[in-house]
Design a protein around this ligand. Sequence first.
Ligand code: COA
Length: 390
Amino acid sequence: MKTGIESIGFYSPQYCFDLRKLAAERGVDGDKYIHGIGQSYMAVPPIDEDVVTMGANAAREAIEKVDASAIDAVIFATESGVDQSKSGAVYIHRLLNLPSTCKVVEMKQACAAGTMGVLSALGMIALNPKSKILLIASDIARYGLNTAGEPTSGAGAIAMVLSANPVIMELDYRHGTYAADVMDFWRPNYMDEALVDGKYSIRVYLKALTEAWKDYARSTDRTFDDHDRFCYHLPFTRMGIKAHSYLYKHCGDSVLDEASLPAQVDASLRYNRLTGNLYTGSAYVALLSLLESPDEQLAGKRVALFSYGSGCLGIFYSGVVQADYRQYLPANQHKTMLEQRSELGYEQYVSMYSTRLPIDGSEFMANKHRTGHYRLAGVCAHKRIYESTN
Ligand code: COA
């Protein structure tokens, strides 16, 4: 039985900020952000969008063309959750009118939670082939104004229906793993911005990549050259390029010339370069960017996926793109969504970034901004109030 991706939805906020403008404000050479880090824009969520509304928008698109009554679980992966107890999945379950027989849960292990959700879904489908699982990875990456991480900020959500009808991509459950207790990136409960030791995190990422690869190669007997394309977790897009070159050298058995490496990753970097980091969704936005690239013919090609969640967990696995995959992807919609964003000036960026929900439990009604189909109307009696915009 084949299992994998039946549909994909993607959402990123309607506001963005140009990293060349940020560089000018920070007194940094713009080429550092554009080329050294590999980011052109960051997506900026207004106060009335959060991981629930972004996730609901992505999920709405993912379930548009599938039989939603067959969805029997919503797995919500995030590291910017809105509640310590209630899962984001249950809000989205209501916003999308999913069946009451559907299970709901939230998963966390930094940016690797999306892949843990995928593997869990594949296991559930193996036990019940009629099952369709809605996996949503939604995050807001906030690093703080004037910090080294600031140019890698971003936001958005990706949703996939995983099932035994994987018309987009068959996923192989066999995977390689590396876990270790490290402090490279974390966010204590009392903070809404992440703490990160960026240089250390890059080193741990690369170690997790090679260790997870070894475990994967052992369980599948595959070599580097058995994979046509590679999608990496992208805290910033240069990380994908660094990771790919590092893995190639580590494997050391490829017949390919080093000059052919960019062609194996470049198409996967396009969307993340425009949105910034999406944490749990980042590797899957990279996959979508690859699949929707007009220059790629991917039918029958094996794509490797590497997820890295700081703290840390690395997971390496792969899948095969299906023959008619293009007809199931709303590529033009995504292109339009990214092209039609409103570009913020620096003052607007700082103001939008600095506007926060009250943390003392007082009531709050959010100003209306450009949003998707759902928005956070406010907080009343400690309850978040979500509403549809149409
Ligand atoms: N033109 C082109 N490239 C330039 C440049 C210029 N004018 N100036 C610097 N660069 C390059 C540097 O050489 C470096 O490239 P290299 O890594 O290949 O050597 C790159 O730009 C970044 O420069 P660096 O000095 O290392 O940047 P930094 O100290 O500002 O930190 C990050 C960069 C990515 C570490 C930082 O933004 C960060 O911590 N981001 C968060 C990452 C994260 O979330 N990690 C956890 C999850 S995986």
